[in-house]
Design a binder for this molecule. Sequence first.
Ligand code: F6R
Length: 260
Amino acid sequence: MEVVVLPTYAEMSKAAAQIVADVLNTKPNAVLGMATGSTPLGLYQELVRMHREEGLDFTQVTTFNLDEYVGLRPNHSQSYHYFMQENFFKHVNMAAGNIYIPSGTTSNYRSFCEWYERRIQECGGIDVQILGIGSDGHIAFNEPGSSLSSRTRLKTLAQSTIEDNARFFERKEDVPIYAITMGVGTILEARTLVLCASGQNKAAAVAAMVEGPVTSMNTASALQLHPEARVFLDESAAGHLKMREYYDWVKKMKPGAPKV
Ligand code: F6R
């Protein structure tokens, strides 16, 4: 796992966006895994800037989102469909037919989830999966206790996640209780994982993910099992890391390392 600590949220977002851009520049038809929430907003803004100013092209790109709230229609202002449209898709040149987001309103969740998994495979698998982390250590909506080999399925949100996400809704009671989410096993099959975390309220979960045991109690810790997991943190999210000096040393020495 590569751990890169940057002074600010903006620098963290740029570094993570550069990974995505590098992949698109070598593989224009790459498959991207998308996350929602506050954390990837800066990353998406940077990709949009690269699209506008540097011609970063999305015409051949396919995307699969991690998750969606159950019960919210795509045009609901807090649905992840809406989030993606407003914060990313409408600003770049993606083909609408290449966008996949779990349905929060399907009549058959089981068969939808199976189809979603199949579709990822048919599209060649995910090249880069963008991730955030919950304050309880979740990735996507794989709450503590989720199997580390889980696949796309319906999940009940943890009460702490409902509280964390209440900031986006008028009332806490409006936060959906269920979500459809890629599993940890689904996520681990992506070729590269890029996880971003910002802010003090993520510091404990980040330390457990990076330096704690691999455990379903912090599903992000499963990134330790992935050969290409890259973690980008701002100063405050890195606040509880014990090996901080080593991560900084590796970052400083990286330009001189033999090319592999
Ligand atoms: C959203 C997702 C979640 C978020 C996590 C952090 O698609 O998969 O795991 O990444 O809840 O959310 P923020 O970034 O809002 O703190």
